[in-house]
Design a protein around this ligand. Sequence first.
Ligand code: ADP
Ligand code: MG
Length: 303
Amino acid sequence: MLKVENISFSYTKTPVLKAISFEAKEGENLAIIGESGSGKSTLLNLLYGEFDVNEGSIFWKDTEILGPKYNLVVGYEFMKYVSQEFNLMPFITVAENIGKHLSNFFPEEKKARTAELLEVVELTEFANVKVKTLSGGQKQRVALARALAKEPEIILLDEPFSHIDNFQKQSLRRSVFKYLKNKNITCIVATHDREDVLGFADCMIVLNNNSIAVNDHPEVLYQNPKTPLIASFFGEFNVIKNKIIYAHQVKLTEKSNLKATVIQSYFKGHYFLIEANLEAEKVFFQHHSILEKNQTIYLKITA
Ligand code: ADP
Ligand code: MG
């Protein structure tokens, strides 16, 4: 398993990560979330051995992951990293990029493996297209497939679906995460997108102020978000009487001590998000229909 013990790191004088410790078991999907600049990519780079930690240690099973100071060639056979830049070879085809590190001694197997991976990332019909002509999202999928080609024991994914459009995102996520689970590949995914986490991650780490704010199962964090930062990851929320209340937990009622005035209704598909004023504080809640502007309403909080 992956064991990160008390690591700290800084590019300059100001620390980016302080005293980070966590573990990930074999086959586990661990999400690292945090705002832009919170250190997600830095952490993945450290896990990969791209930089030297200032303090602490990182182990995959019995192997210590060492930075460039102690390890001439960055990277290990058992670990693959799909960074935010894809580092593909632009002048060769999608299939050639994916098969780049597969042995030519077994051409049939190489062909079959490449075909399997093209299917996982939903790029079969692009097999013979040169990478330079692809869109950002398509390139991201090639990078994913290439990282999976030699079946790593652990894969590090940095915002793996960020360039992929909404039409394809959902099905691609399911395909990739299902593949990783089936092959029992440990997956560390850095993201700020809840859709990359919910339904997939076994555990979720929230980075804030250079350290780990929480590390728990997504369900546990969702049910009891300790801070607005955590709640904001899961959806629209309010702080009412010092308690974090999701928008869907606030409902219209006949009469209550929560008297509010409607400001605006936003169409959200199967519901409207209503913005209202509650004693000079903004409140957001879900309702099945539009509410008239300036209308006086009463709200209740459901568990
Ligand atoms: P995230 O991936 O969560 O957006 P990063 O790990 O990229 O965050 O960045 C964390 C912090 O480190 C930011 O303040 C960023 O400006 C800084 N940083 C990132 N890369 C470098 C670098 N190569 N040199 C100096 N500072 C950097
Ligand atoms: Mg990043």
